[in-house]
Design a binder for this molecule. Structure first.
Ligand code: SF4
Length: 240
């Protein structure tokens, strides 16, 4: 394996330990890949060093073509498949009938409804039967994510939630990607630090909040799709 700079090597080793520890403690573990830069790091760690963790992603039906292309590049590099979950056709058809094809722009309720049908419902099917899921969230990504802990009990999805990159900085993530010459989403080089569905993502200016290109029309939104809900009074409680 490519050598990492010493500081990054220690950080990466701790994250790999956290992944392996999750397997030892929880048995069936899955990783929900967002295809973002953190996902590239975790995919590399999992497929190279903790291969029993199942990697999946949700194809909402509104992703960029570059997202599909990235899935293929990752699969080609490692010779493995990312499991793809899709929304239920009837749920999407019914939502579109009620709100219109791009009705998620009409209000936060409509947007969360679209995310629920296209992302959350397939996610719930994907994690069913697992004891823990891995996420790539980092504390410096947003005020709500700053409250996350490395192992939590996810009371909403009823399984443990493991976040091995919590103390990584954005620069660590990119240093790892470049040191290992890993494939990454082509839109990151075009001003898109955080990428979700195409109609709900746009490029930002240098210095902007990295998540400000997601659902940018919403005032005061937490910029989350519902997978990482968190309030100061903690919706997700720490594991005993
Ligand atoms: S990000 Fe946008 S298109 Fe994608 S599921 Fe959410 S509201 Fe729908």
């Amino acid at each position: 394996m490519t050598e990492l700079p010493p500081a990054l090597d220690g950080l990466a080793a701790r994250s790999v330990d956290a992944l392996r520890d999750a397997v030892v403690r929880h048995g069936k573990v899955c990783y929900a890949s967002s295809l973002g830069p953190e996902s590239i790091v975790l995919t590399d760690m999992i497929w190279m060093q903790a291969p029993s963790i199942e990697i999946f992603t949700v194809d909402t039906g509104r992703l960029y073509p570059q997202s599909h292309e990235l899935i293929e590049r990752l699969q080609h590099r490692y010779g493995r498949r990312i499991k793809i979950y899709s929304p239920e056709a009837t749920a999407v058809e019914s939502w579109i009938e009620r709100h219109g094809i791009n009705g998620f722009r009409d209000g936060r309720e409509q947007r969360l409804g679209c995310c629920a049908a296209r992302k959350i419902a397939p996610f719930r099917r994907a994690v069913a039967g697992f004891s823990a899921w891995v996420t790539g969230i980092r504390t410096d990504q947003s005020a709500s994510r700053a409250l996350a802990r490395s192992i939590e009990w996810d009371d909403i999805h009823r399984l443990h939630k493991v976040s091995p990159l919590l103390d990584w900085r954005d620069t660590d993530v990119w240093a790892y990607i470049h040191a290992r010459a890993l494939p990454y989403h082509r839109l990151h080089d075009a001003g898109y630090p955080s990428i979700g569905c195409a109609p709900c993502t746009r490029a930002i200016q240098p210095g902007d909040d990295p998540r400000s290109g997601r659902w940018w029309w919403e005032e005061g939104s937490s910029r989350e799709c519902g997978l990482h809900p968190r309030r100061l009074d903690a919706l997700v409680t720490a594991e005993p």
